[in-house]
Design a protein around this ligand. Structure first.
Ligand code: SAM
Length: 232
């Protein structure tokens, strides 16, 4: 049977999941990600977890409708609190704010101790999440981009380990790479930071925060130039 059709954003997350991993999908909602990966034979089993009963019921429905009963377990819990370290080999946390993702990882130190691959797909608070990872013994092994209409999304493959310090611009937009969508991603951040700086100028915002954002903007413009050179 064909699995649920994943959006470009969820497909990007799925591509970063290691083959054969027993996956914890935290904040699973419909459980489309684990259902699709099990049906395509990429993973054998998953635990679908959600904080709320409604989304977890939707996950149960998906698993039943696709004939996957027995290949997925369900947990009503906050983050990873209902999942045992010995039952999963990889963790996905997609479609949540960066601060929520950091809080979920912070409450489960075993993911770092066991060096589990973490596939994180933040929707906001990007500098907070990258900064938290940097300060808490994680390294970003890979970062990808996907486009849905006018919206760009990023997904991070994270492992235990030290990563060299990220510059202010890298905290916002991630390390530079040759991803074809990277130019558009940097343009989006340049426009956002410019707008924030304009807003601050009108409101006579605090000087230290302005200086910080100016440094971010300079770094983003440099990364964009570097990316353009790679395209030639
Ligand atoms: C926007 S949906 C994302 C669904 C799916 N992961 C995706 O990327 O399409 C976010 C889901 O995360 C759940 N959620 C939010 N905070 C959570 C937490 N601390 N622990 C577990 N689930 C959480 C919500 O109930 C919701 O079902």
């Amino acid at each position: 049977m064909r699995g649920p059709e994943l959006s470009p954003r969820l497909s990007m997350v799925g591509e970063l999941v290691p083959v054969g991993a027993r996956l914890a999908d935290v904040g699973t909602d419909h459980a489309y990600l684990p259902a699709a990966l099990i049906l395509e034979g990429k993973i054998p089993w998953a635990v679908a977890a959600d904080l709320r009963r409604g989304p977890l019921d939707r996950a149960r429905t998906t698993v039943r409708e696709y004939g996957l009963t027995g290949k997925a377990a369900f947990r009503l819990c906050d983050g990873l609190t209902g999942i045992r370290p010995d039952e999963v080999d990889a963790v996905a946390v997609a479609g949540m704010g960066g601060e929520t993702i950091a809080a979920i990882l912070s409450a489960a130190p075993w993911v770092r101790e066991r060096d589990l691959p973490l596939i994180l797909q933040p929707m906001s608070s990007f500098p907070d999440l990258r900064g938290w990872l940097q300060s808490n013994g994680f390294t970003i092994a890979e970062e990808r981009l996907a486009r849905e209409g006018d919206t760009l999304y990023t997904a991070l493959l994270v492992r235990a380990g030290e990563m060299g310090p990220l510059s202010p611009a890298e905290l916002w937009a991630g390390r530079n790479n040759r991803d074809p969508l990277r130019g558009a991603w940097l343009d989006m951040w340049i426009a956002r930071v410019r707008r924030a700086l304009e807003g601050m100028a009108r409101a006579r915002g605090e000087l230290p925060r302005r200086r910080e954002l100016e440094e971010v903007l300079e770094g983003l413009i440099e990364m964009k130039k570097e990316w353009e050179q790679w395209q030639q």
